[in-house]
Design a protein around this ligand. Structure first.
Ligand code: ATP
Ligand code: MG
Length: 395
């Protein structure tokens, strides 16, 4: 039997409703592990998973992606006696030495106040077999390895704690419709909202054959990756070629990108209504490109019938890239298949569009029917915990 422990972060700040959040965290964890025999439980700020060795890979995948824990570790367990703790600390120290550690310290926590030694005493006495064996020296300021000892309803001893996603468990804060393009930003925007507990459904607009099949496959891959964090997501693929052609035909050239965003917003309104989303999420970041000046963002927002959330609005590219690396979307996002075509990109895009002009230009397109048809012709894909689930013909 293997045991893993997850540390719960922000949740512990919740007051009397903490149980609702904990229940959700448990439910989410079980969803990842439903095809395994792993046992999941939660006590006093810790998530525990017991599993057989064959399920370790899936358990570790879960702990790397589960939103709502700050860190995790594979842990040994011992009897609740200082002698057994000492033995287990020694085993852990031996493993650390094999990996090259030369110094250590112990961090002990006594969660069970009935245990006769306090945290400091557990730390001092727990290390005694390691001193006696001369395996490693103690260094409390800058040790190569920290050995954690937690005395709770069981005793846990572990040395390597991995960082996790933090945040609030997915499902505690409404549902957002993410406009997901193939770029770096929008997947990170989706992840950021998931970390605030939001369920995310995705929507991608393509203009085949002006944009390639590879561009679409890239977005599918991004949605799959996001589902590893969001537990479940749908990707709605909306064919927007006719709308783009209409914009090219009728809108002033400098307005074409902004009008495309407006038309996307119109379709997003329909989809948000259909899938019961409570808001729309984009990857916009102030000033990043011409369509993302405050004035132009205001134009797009004007056409949104739902709250428009832009979690990256104040982030710079380096911060966004760091997140993309962390969640594993970076390599896919930088693949060279564009989600828009130069044919439709204006040479001199308008920088400070006015809402009155946008309304007039949008009306002159007479694109409402085209947008509705595009919405109705959407294709839907489903992803659960990082895997595509093939859907039967249904809408
Ligand atoms: P990204 O890196 O997310 O592609 P970007 O920096 O390329 O963003 P824009 O192309 O101006 O910025 O797009 C702004 C936002 O509009 C995107 O973050 C995304 O939310 C949405 N968006 C743009 N193109 C599409 C598309 N083809 N399908 C769905 N959403 C899109
Ligand atoms: Mg883009």
């Amino acid at each position: 039997m293997m045991t893993y422990l997850g540390k719960i972060g922000e949740l512990t700040l919740k007051g009397s409703n903490i149980h609702t959040f904990e229940k959700l965290l448990l439910k989410n964890t079980k969803e990842y592990l439903k095809d395994t025999g792993a046992k999941v439980s939660l006590h006093a700020g810790r998530l525990y998973i017991d599993c057989e060795e064959k399920d370790c890979e899936q358990v570790e995948f879960t702990l790397r992606h589960l939103i709502g824990i700050t860190g995790w570790a594979q842990t040994k367990t011992s009897e609740k006696t200082i002698e057994d703790i000492q033995k287990t600390v020694l085993e852990t120290a031996k493993e650390a030495v094999q990996k090259g550690a030369k110094s250590f310290k112990i961090e002990a926590k006594r969660g069970d106040k009935k245990f006769p030694l306090n945290s400091y005493e557990i730390a001092c006495q727990g290390a005694s077999l390691v001193y006696d064996s001369g395996l490693m020296e103690v260094n409390v300021h800058n040790p190569d390895v920290i050995i954690y000892v937690e005395v709770r309803e069981r005793c846990f001893i572990y040395s390597v704690a991995e960082k996790s996603c933090r945040g609030l468990p997915v499902g505690c804060s409404n549902k957002g419709l993410l406009l997901l393009s193939g770029g770096l930003d929008s997947p990170v925007a989706g992840y950021r909202m998931m970390r605030r507990g939001m369920k995310i459904e995705c929507c991608y607009f393509h203009s085949y054959p002006y944009t390639s099949i590879e561009a679409q496959q890239k977005v599918e891959e991004l949605a799959r990756t996001l589902s590893a964090y969001g537990i479940q997501t749908y990707l709605n693929i909306i064919p927007f070629t006719d709308v783009q052609m209409k914009i090219k035909e009728k809108a002033p050239e400098e307005w074409s990108t902004l009008m495309l965003r407006v038309c996307m917003m119109k379709a997003a309104n329909m989809l948000a209504f259909r899938v019961h989303a409570d808001c729309i999420v984009t990857g916009e970041s102030l000033g990043q490109v011409a369509s993302q000046t405050l004035e132009n963002m205001n134009v797009t927002e004007h056409f949104a019938e739902y709250p428009l959330l832009r979690p990256l609005v104040g982030m710079d590219k380096e911060e966004i890239m760091a997140d993309a690396h962390f969640i594993g979307t970076y390599d896919t996002s930088i693949l060279p298949y564009e989600d828009c075509c130069v044919l439709f990109s204006p040479r001199h895009p308008i920088l400070r569009g006015r809402i009155e002009d946008a309304e007039k230009i949008f009306a002159s397109l007479e694109a409402d029917e085209l947008i509705k048809t595009a919405f109705e012709n959407r294709q839907i894909k489903k992803f659960v915990c990082g895997k595509e689930v093939i859907l039967k013909e249904e809408v």
